[in-house]
Design a protein around this ligand. Structure first.
Ligand SMILES: C[S@@+](CC[C@H](N)C(=O)[O-])C[C@H]1O[C@@H](n2cnc3c(N)ncnc32)[C@H](O)[C@@H]1O
Length: 258
């Protein structure tokens, strides 16, 4: 009995390492829903900084086109366990995500520019120097309209230490986060998106215009307009003479068969 319990615990260490076990799936859903609500589509390129055990990657990798997901994670054992237990090798062979295990937030080795950058639960543990380093590296791989989605813990004092804090978290004032980001000419917007561990979400982009409007309003508007577009396409298809003939022929064949 004891052996089984130990085996179960260690089999789930890769989940426990990145946060509370009971919200592993919810935190994944939150990230996926947010980015798709902000306009991420399968043809976009996504950089997941500190991708951990692919908590979110296991949703983004199947969704995106092959080679469109890149993750940085210094603890390579997390990626290995995530692939083994969450994605499976067949999916990795099919979707060909790229990974790198550096501690310096470097992503130029992927040799591409990204449409979306996800920095989830990284600044919640990082020093100001690490945040600065992360931003200075990441601006090297962005486009004029790249969208960053970032979480941090908002507090009344800034963490002034010079060590990554883990698994405990650190807090920053909103004004400090804003100042750090503006140093890289990035426009900044906090917004209200659910998070079970009380993180604050921030959106960032090189221009104000390229920051998507808050998802609770615009994303549903975007989804609705996409749905409308496809509805109109189906209506157009259905009204085509060839399709009408096809539908009638199909009905007739079904009748003859029965
Ligand atoms: C709380 S976890 C979040 C993981 C992932 N973003 C998620 O949502 O599941 C923090 C992650 O940051 C990683 N990390 C630590 N130092 C890092 C660094 N210098 N660069 C990138 N990631 C780092 C840790 O290994 C860990 O996987």
């Amino acid at each position: 009995m004891e052996v089984t319990e130990k085996a179960t615990k260690s089999a789930n260490d890769y989940r426990a390492y990145v946060g509370p076990m009971d919200t592993y799936d919810l935190v994944a859903a939150t990230q996926f829903n947010l980015l798709t609500s902000l306009g991420l589509r399968e043809h976009h390129y996504l950089l997941d900084i500190g991708c951990g055990s692919l908590r979110a990657g296991r949703l983004f990798i199947p969704y995106l086109q092959p080679e469109h997901y890149c993750g940085i994670e210094p603890n390579s054992w997390l990626i290995k366990e995530g692939i083994q237990n969450e994605c499976g090798y067949d999916l990795i062979a099919l979707k060909k995500p790229s990974f790198d295990s550096n501690y310096e937030f470097q992503s130029t080795m992927f040799r591409r520019k990204f449409d979306f950058v996800l920095i989830h639960s990284i600044f919640t543990h990082a020093t100001q120097k690490q945040i600065t380093n992360c931003l200075s590296e990441t601006v090297r791989v962005i486009k004029p309209n790249t969208v960053f989605a970032i979480t941090f813990i908002e507090g009344s004092e800034d963490y002034e230490g010079d060590e990554w804090v883990y698994p405990n978290v650190v807090a920053y004032k909103m004004s400090t986060m804003q100042a750090l980001m503006e140093r890289f000419d990035l426009c900044f917007q906090p917004f209200d998106w659910p998070h079970p561990n009380k993180h604050t979400w921030l959106l960032m982009s090189p221009t104000k215009e390229s920051i998507p409007t808050c998802p609770d309003t615009a994303s549903s508007a975007r989804m609705i307009s996409e749905l409308e577009y496809y509805k109109r396409r189906v209506e157009k298809l259905e009204s085509s003479l060839y399709v009408k003939i096809g539908i009638k022929a199909k009905k007739l064949i079904r009748k003859l068969k029965s």
